[in-house]
Design a binder for this molecule. Structure first.
Ligand code: GLY
Length: 360
């Protein structure tokens, strides 16, 4: 399948779509980053599943392949883990040419990318995303970082990889709940950029759920096309890229409150529903369109509401987010399905109302 390119002011890099790791070495050769030390960073799950296979590929282009394995999970996405990465890098005398290879989901990619962005002021890195969420979103576009003091992704850097290598076969080993979480980000693209894509998802939902290869790959590729286009126009989120935060303002707050017992995509699903409900009240979308999206989220196993938390707590938590500017919270809201706008002017009353739709 044809590659997609992300073009930013300082770098152009490809996103590749494959069904195995067999072409990884060749892809690295094409990027001219061979003959260097390579450090694979994996969590314990991806380490066990894919490390050997990926290592074999890396050994075709490097005589010194290292592997660092860390504990899986959002609760380890912090500066302590990054410190351990740096220690490993130093112990093995990694230099500016060393290539970091992130093998895993969003947590792994964000952290390996951040370590690569900051070690020696920046060394090259490759993304090999193995979850649906990381394949359609986090591995593309150069957002790297960690959580800090209860604030999600609040320490980080924009730092683009040399290459994103997507092996869709890795989705076969993905737990069902993780697949569902990824579908929230997939549905997000339809809400913000294309009603046609929502129809595509509706028309192919059975094939997607049963992981029919062609449909799944086409869906992932379409998401990467959407994302590459947005990032190429606004790498550092000075404007347009904000639309990718659709559903994230309320979603991040819920995610943090539940101390990462809920998955990111599950919280994004709730955040999207909250603002879609608000959009119905504002007359921007119809109740029918809202039900269509709710039905899709439900079909893919995503939560439609959450209990055991107060709406006030969610509201307060939102002020800790990066999307707060001069104490005003930035929202991405639907104009219609497939088009959104951003605003800081939502009243406290409207924000609480939006939260109420999903916090029961
Ligand atoms: N996940 C949102 C972004 O990459 O901008």
């Amino acid at each position: 399948m044809e590659s997609i390119f992300v073009t930013t002011p300082n770098k152009t890099y490809p996103i590749l779509f494959e069904q195995s790791f067999e072409l990884l070495a060749d892809s690295i050769k094409k990027q001219n980053i061979t003959g260097r030390k390579m450090c694979m960073i994996a969590d314990e799950n991806t380490h066990q599943l894919y490390c050997e296979e990926v290592k074999k590929q890396l050994e075709k282009v490097s005589e010194n392949v290292y592997c660092y394995c860390f504990s899986a999970g959002e609760k380890y996405k912090n500066l302590e883990t990054i410190s351990r990465f740096y220690e490993f890098f130093q112990q093995n005398r990694f230099d500016r040419k060393t290539v970091v290879v992130a093998l895993g989901g969003g947590v792994c990619g964000d952290m390996a990318g951040f370590a690569a962005a900051t070690y020696l002021r920046g060394i090259p890195f490759i993304q090999i995303p193995t979850t649906l969420l990381s394949q359609v979103d986090s591995s593309v576009g150069g957002k790297t970082g960690v959580d800090f003091n209860g604030a999600k992704n609040s320490i980080g850097a924009f730092y683009q990889p040399e290459l994103v290598y997507i092996n869709t076969a890795t989705l076969k080993t993905l737990p069902k709940r993780e697949f569902s979480a990824g579908m929230a980000e997939v549905i997000k693209y339809g809400c913000i950029l294309s009603n046609d894509f929502i129809h595509y998802l509706e028309n192919h939902k059975e094939s997607i759920l049963s992981m029919q290869h062609d449909v799944l790959t086409e869906m992932i590729r379409q998401c990467c096309l959407f994302k590459a286009d947005v990032v190429s126009k606004d790498e550092k989120e000075n404007g347009l890229r904000e639309i990718l935060n659709f559903g994230h303002t309320i979603g991040h707050a819920i995610e943090t409150i539940f101390d990462f017992k809920m998955l990111h995509g599950e919280c994004v699903a709730l955040g999207m529903l909250a603002v879609l409900e608000l959009a119905v009240k504002q007359g921007n979308i119809t109740q029918y369109q809202l039900e269509q999206i709710r039905e899709l989220l439900h079909y893919f196993g995503l939560p439609l509401f959450v209990s055991d938390v107060s709406k006030e707590k969610v509201y307060q938590q939102m002020f800790l987010d990066k999307k707060v500017n001069q104490n005003k919270i930035r929202f991405v809201l639907p104009k219609r399905i497939g088009e959104v706008y951003t605003t800081s002017e939502l009243s406290e009353h409207d924000i609480i109302k939006a939260i109420e739709f999903v916090v029961k």
